[in-house]
Structures are given as C-alpha cells and as structure tokens.
Design a binder for this molecule. Structure first.
Ligand code: DGY
Length: 331
C-alpha cells in the first residue's frame, strides 16, 4: 500500500502497520510505502522496496544490514526502529554511511519492568503451573505443602545491566525488601541511592535467588549466560530474561533446568523468535515463556510507534533525531 500525499515527498518504507494516526502523521511529511501483512516483510521484498528511499521505519523483526543500505542508495537519510534494542541493525554500517539510527528508549521502561516482576512472581510462586493444575481438575483440597514455591519478598536479586529498565526493576524490588546486587559495564551513579550493590558477575550469580537480565544484545553479551554461569547459580535460583534471547545459551539453560541445577526460568525473549511450540524448554514445569510482550501495553506500544515516527520525521527533515543510537554521525 502506498500512502502518497504529494509528488516530490521523500519516499519512506514502513515494515508494519502502526496506529493510523501515527501513519497519518508520517504521511504529512513523506510518501509512505507500507508492508500491510501481519508478519515480517521478507528480507528480499524489503531489499526490492528500498532503492531510492529516504527513510526506513522498521521493527526488531527486520534485518537492516550493509547490503540493504547499499540497495537504498545515497538518498537514505534515516533508519527509525520502533524498539529500544537495535541488534537487528548493522549500526556500524549505518554510521559509516552517515545514516542516523533512531530507537525508542524511555517510553517502554516501566512497562517492561512490570513484566520482569510478573515473571519473577510467576516463576517463584508457580502461578502458571498452579493455574494449569486447577484447570486439569487436580485441585482436590487445600494441602499444607502443595504447589509451594519461593518468596520474592526479602530475597536477593542480581540485576545484570543497571540501565533504565534494570533501575526500574530495582525500584520495584525495594518495595519487596529485596537485597539488590548489580553488574554493569560501568558503575551506575544512581546505584547507591537505589540501594543496589555493585559486584562482579561471579559474585552476583553465586549470591542471587533471582538473576534478571537487562543488558542489550551485543557481541560482548551474546551467550553471556552459558553452562559455566548457570553452574555458579544456586540450585533454587530463578533466571529471568526480558532482554534478548541470545544473551542466554538456551540449550545450556534447558539442561540446567531439567537437571534441577537451577530452580526455574521466566523468559519473555527467546532465540530464535518465535520459539517453536516443540521447544524442549516448553516441556518443563519450572519454565514460563512469553512471546516477547515486555513492552506490550496499548499505551506503551503507541508511545513507541510515535517516538519512532518522530525520529523518522526529524531525520527526513535533516534534524537531529530525538533518540539516536549513533550520534557520532552528527560530528
Ligand atoms: C525493545 O524495544 O527492544 C523491546 O524488546 C520491545 O519490547
């Protein structure tokens, strides 16, 4: 579908339908070519659509690589992603071509932190298992030790990545009287005020009842939690991942959970996505897996779509993007 308002407008490729008022807003500044399907645009189709475009509005399901940038050509002024994570985009290749890349930090922080807490509670208190137990007609009476789990209140939580979302998780957990540890590439100046103690990864893994991941996926964090790291965790420990699936070695995680070398896992992200319904992790009672819904409230997804539109329009107009992951393009 092409939403064309005026000849001579910059051409923009949009890889998925977003709320109509946001499309209308972008259409006031550009000629939009929209992928109408409700699944990701095939890479080859995207490649065929980008020649001569001035902007691409994309999602985390799209691969934006050097070949795509070259296919777009020298008129490409902006890549705007409706997500905070940009691991699907070759940012270095964009920077090398002077193309700013926009993302949507901030607006999804609290919603994603809420979901991390939901996964902690769901796994520690065996919520999904208990609901399935009831639906299966297995609830016969109140038994003293039936479906007993672990307390979240008062436990030790290790936060890997104390950025915006990690900080919002820490704030929530203070209300649960948790002892909080963190590890981050650089110390967070807010940590002391938040009551979060800076430790190394090994100490964090050995000491935490819950380990929660809030780091971006980068070459350094890919496979950060593998067999060795899982072996350091307590046999009752819970791993929560609302960051990116590939931060965890999923095969090693399955083995650790199956052998009860750790207690449980709550995953909102997997590698690959979508996770196959036949994935062995789904056979385990001590695992809750969700389909990447961390930011999925109506208000937050709408804010993300709008912020990505703001980035796009700024880029088309030659202005600095409100949120740019490679500001060095402006040097
Ligand atoms: C992001 O924005 O990177 C999130 O994973 C989407 O919820």
């Amino acid at each position: 579908m092409s939403l064309s308002h005026s000849a001579g407008f910059p051409h923009v490729v949009i890889t998925r339908r977003v709320p109509q008022h946001i499309l209308d807003y972008m259409a006031s500044a550009a000629d939009l070519q929209l992928w109408e399907e409700d699944h990701p645009i095939p890479y080859q189709t995207l490649l065929d659509r980008v020649p001569g475009c001035a902007g691409v509005y994309c999602l985390l399901t799209d691969r934006i690589d050097a070949a795509l940038l070259d296919a777009a050509g020298p008129g490409l002024k902006v890549i705007s992603q409706m997500a905070v994570g940009v691991d699907n985009i070759d940012v270095k290749a964009c920077t090398a071509r002077g193309i700013p890349v926009g993302n949507t930090p901030g607006v999804l922080t609290e919603t994603t932190a809420d979901l991390a807490l939901a996964l902690m509670l769901a796994t520690a208190r065996r919520i999904v298992e208990a609901a399935e137990f009831l639906k299966a007609g297995q609830w016969q009476t109140w038994r003293p030790m039936e479906l007993t789990g672990q307390d979240v209140y008062g436990c030790t939580v290790g936060i890997i990545g104390l950025g915006r979302i990690g900080t919002a998780v820490a704030r929530r957990l203070r209300g649960f009287d948790c002892k909080l540890l963190y590890t981050n590439p650089s110390p967070n100046p807010e940590a002391e005020k938040l009551g979060v103690t800076d430790v190394d990864l090994e100490t964090l893994l050995k000491s935490s009842d819950i380990v929660t991941l809030h780091c971006p996926l980068t070459p350094e964090t890919r496979g950060l939690i593998g067999a060795g790291e899982l072996a350091l965790m307590k046999p009752t420990a819970i791993l929560i991942n609302t960051a990116r699936g590939a931060v965890v070695d999923q095969k090693a995680l399955f083995e650790a959970l199956q052998a009860r070398r750790i207690g449980a896992a709550g995953l909102d992200v997997t590698d690959p996505e979508p996770m196959s319904k036949d994935d062995p992790l789904l056979t385990l009672p001590n695992v809750v897996v969700l389909p990447h819904i961390g930011s999925a409230s109506v208000a937050t997804r709408t804010r993300m779509a709008q912020l990505a539109a703001d980035n796009l329009v700024a880029g088309l107009q030659g202005e600095h993007l409100p949120h740019c992951v490679n500001p060095e393009v402006y040097d």
